[in-house]
Design a binder for this molecule. Structure first.
Ligand SMILES: C[S@@+](CC[C@H](N)C(=O)[O-])C[C@H]1O[C@@H](n2cnc3c(N)ncnc32)[C@H](O)[C@@H]1O
Length: 358
């Protein structure tokens, strides 16, 4: 009930809960700011002017943080830099009241993003496996529903696994770690040469655009300096080989994306927790598009998606919504399509179990 007293009380509870539960132990600044917002009737009224799905603390706090990082809310920026919770609470309320339109415009324009790179620990062996299946020595990566993260730079990071295996570039400025569950080792093949990097999204994030990169920073909480440093390193790496970005519905754009991969390279389409955002019939159309794209050349698809989300990828008998995801591998080679589940992963790729024979 937006605008009503009951609706405002509910919104106050959401902010209080965010401060007292979600931010506790992780972000003393957001703990203090969210509780202060929950106690300010004026602040809650300002937040209520946003569309319902844009009122959540993660969105409004990121929009405020974005203004601070852009130099448009200096008192808030100063309070965050000084890690002064009381000053941050006062400055956040002031900024929200005096710059309501700006805060809401950012909240409406942007989606909160995570720049998590755990996905590479799973994508690396799955992509090399795909290339191996068709003996490809060059690949073109096409990330659909692209994360702002490093999916398209998977070949340029170093990965250390809990079982002692390492993959990727040990001298990269971005080093990741991943835990392996079970006894089966990961394939050790090196990534073939990556000759194209293409991101497809309804609203792609451009790592060479100052507003886009500031927004990624704004989505981090202001008292997470290690994550900010990691993000900077990852964006610096990504910006040295910026991908081609295609804006639009993947179902429509896919043929163009595949056509951009040189003929002597294998197009490998990746989706990481993106297909759940597609209506079910679109997921099937996406699959048919992949099949169509393979009429003249082999095409591979690597998927990290919830159980049963990626059409035609086996579920291994696992229940849907069981908290883990299936690592799917599909190879479309002219008239044949081979689809299989090569593993499972948890925590967005921070843990994985490899199932296929190495
Ligand atoms: C959950 S998010 C990103 C997930 C991301 N790959 C990751 O690993 O965190 C889903 C993304 O899919 C994009 N998306 C949703 N439907 C799409 C479509 N039909 N075509 C292209 N992108 C789409 C959204 O814009 C959004 O960026």
């Amino acid at each position: 009930m937006p605008g009503s007293t009951a609706g405002r009380a509910e919104l106050a509870q959401v902010y209080r809960r965010f401060g007292e539960v979600d931010a506790v132990g992780t972000s003393p600044l957001y703990e203090r700011v969210a509780v202060a917002l929950s106690e300010s009737d004026e602040a809650l009224r300002a937040i209520e002017a946003a569309p319902a799905r844009k009122r959540h603390p993660t969105v409004i706090l990121a929009a405020l943080h974005d203004l601070a990082l852009a130099g448009r809310a200096p008192a808030l920026a100063g309070a965050y830099a000084a890690a002064d919770g009381d000053a941050a609470a006062g400055a956040a309320i002031d900024t929200l009241l005096h710059m309501t339109d700006s805060v809401l415009a950012i909240a409406v324009r942007r989606k909160t993003q995570t720049f998590e790179t755990g996905r590479c620990g799973v994508l690396y062996p799955a992509i090399t496996e795909a290339a191996h299946r068709v003996s490809a020595d060059a690949v073109g990566l096409i990330d659909v529903g692209r994360s702002a993260g490093l999916n398209l730079h998977v070949d340029r990071v170093g990965i250390t696994y809990s079982n002692g295996q390492t993959l990727g570039d040990p001298s990269s400025a971005v080093q990741l770690s991943s835990s392996v569950v079970g006894d089966r080792p990961l394939p050790t093949r090196a990534m073939p040469e990556v000759v194209a990097r293409i991101g497809v999204d309804l609203d792609p994030v451009d790592v060479t655009d100052a507003d886009d990169t500031r927004w990624l920073r704004a989505c981090l909480w202001p008292d997470q300096p290690e994550r900010a440093a990691r993000l900077d390193a990852e964006m610096a790496l990504a910006a040295t080989a910026p991908p081609q970005l295609l804006r639009g519905n993947a179902v429509e754009v896919l043929p163009d994306a595949v056509a951009r991969v040189p003929a002597d390279a294998l197009p490998i389409v990746t989706t990481t927790w993106a297909l759940s955002r597609f209506p079910v019939e679109s997921r099937l159309r996406f699959l048919h598009r992949l099949d169509d794209a393979a009429a003249g050349r082999p095409v591979a698809w690597v998927s990290l998606e919830g159980v049963g989300v990626a059409p035609s990828i086996p579920t291994l008998g696992d229940r849907r919504a069981s908290g883990h995801s299936i690592i799917g591998l599909a190879v479309f080679d002219r008239s044949t399509a081979r689809t299989e589940a090569v593993g499972r992963c948890w925590s967005r790729g921070r843990l994985l179990a490899w199932l296929a024979a190495a």
